[in-house]
Design a protein around this ligand. Structure first.
Ligand SMILES: Cc1cc2nc3c(=O)[nH]c(=O)nc-3n(C[C@H](O)[C@H](O)[C@H](O)COP(=O)(O)O)c2cc1C
Length: 286
């Protein structure tokens, strides 16, 4: 029986849904599938698997750092078949391209690429009242993901794979944003610049528990302290019930970029959105 490992990162749950649908397709075709959300760890030793699938949300027009790091950590993929899937709220940029290139540079043979929209819980947009791709992935997209899983099984059994084209490079503004949210800058600079209003923070620990990379510890008074392994998902800021946390992305410096993105996406007829209110860590649809 062929065996596939699927490693993905999901914070909001949309990448997880697609991963599960792909796994269902593979299982219906008679395969054994192991699914790992990288938040809970993922095997570095992939011996015994016939194929590996990597799933990532687009974060700042590139893959989430924990996924890129994982792919780098399994450097020898010669003889392994591989596929990639990516979720995005507005424009995926290089999220899928980067993972596909990294896998093929490590020697893997690509057998599929899938992408679809997923509800975009990015703090900056929610604060402006927009939840882009609010209802994605749809049932139809999940059914497509399941079919993708069955097609992968066919390719693994010898059917021809017609390679998918690369996604187009995003416009200049998004490439600048991608640069400003690069791993070097996040690790060396932004991760030191999260701040907490001590008079508001109740030391409830929600930020510590939610951080997908366990990057937040607490000081003697129970207030959060950030280390450098930050994905810039800013879920700590978004979910804080006291609105006590400020991430560097909330500085006025970044506001024009957020407004530009909101304006552009809200005028794009291909992108659905729901109007929402973000208050005290809760997003409510209006
Ligand atoms: C911090 C952050 C950055 C994001 N950056 C992008 C982006 O550059 N382009 C895009 O299309 N979507 C972006 N999104 C949206 C996510 O890619 C999308 O909502 C995805 O479905 C989330 O996956 P998850 O639900 O599995 O966490 C971003 C979301 C967050 C939270």
């Amino acid at each position: 029986m062929l065996k596939t490992l699927i490693v993905y990162f999901s914070f909001g749950g949309t990448t997880a849904k697609v991963a599960e649908s792909i796994a269902t397709g593979l299982r219906l075709a008679g395969q054994k599938v192991d699914l790992c959300n990288i938040r809970d760890g993922a095997p570095k030793n992939i011996e015994g698997y016939d194929a590996i699938g990597i799933g990532t949300p687009s974060y700042y027009f590139r893959p989430a750092f924990n996924i890129s790091e994982y792919v780098r950590s399994i450097s020898d993929l010669h003889g392994m078949q591989a596929f990639v899937f990516t979720l995005y709220g507005t424009y995926p940029g290089a999220a899928g391209n980067d993972v596909r290139k990294a896998l093929s540079a490590a020697g893997a043979e690509e057998i599929g690429y899938f992408k679809c929209r997923g509800a975009d819980f990015f703090n900056g947009y929610l604060r402006e009242g927009y939840l882009f791709s609010a209802n994605n992935p749809t049932q139809d997209e999940l059914a497509q993901a399941e079919r993708f899983g069955r097609t992968l099984a066919g390719v693994m059994s010898g059917r021809a794979y017609v390679p998918m084209p690369e996604d187009p490079e995003p416009p200049l503004m998004y490439r600048i944003e991608r640069l400003l949210a690069s791993q070097w800058i996040v690790k060396r600079i932004y991760s030191r610049l999260f701040s907490v209003k001590r008079h508001k923070c109740t030391a409830c620990n929600i930020c510590v528990q939610l951080c997908p990379t366990q990057n937040i510890t607490v000081d003697a008074s129970g207030r959060p302290v950030w280390k450098s392994n930050c994905l810039l998902c800013v879920c700590c800021e978004m979910k804080c019930p006291e609105e006590a946390i400020t991430s560097p992305l909330s500085w006025p410096l970044f506001y024009p970029a957020i407004l530009y993105n909101v304006r552009r996406a809200s005028k794009d007829p291909d992108i659905q959105y729901a109007k929402v209110r973000l208050s005290r860590g809760e997003t409510t649809r209006l």
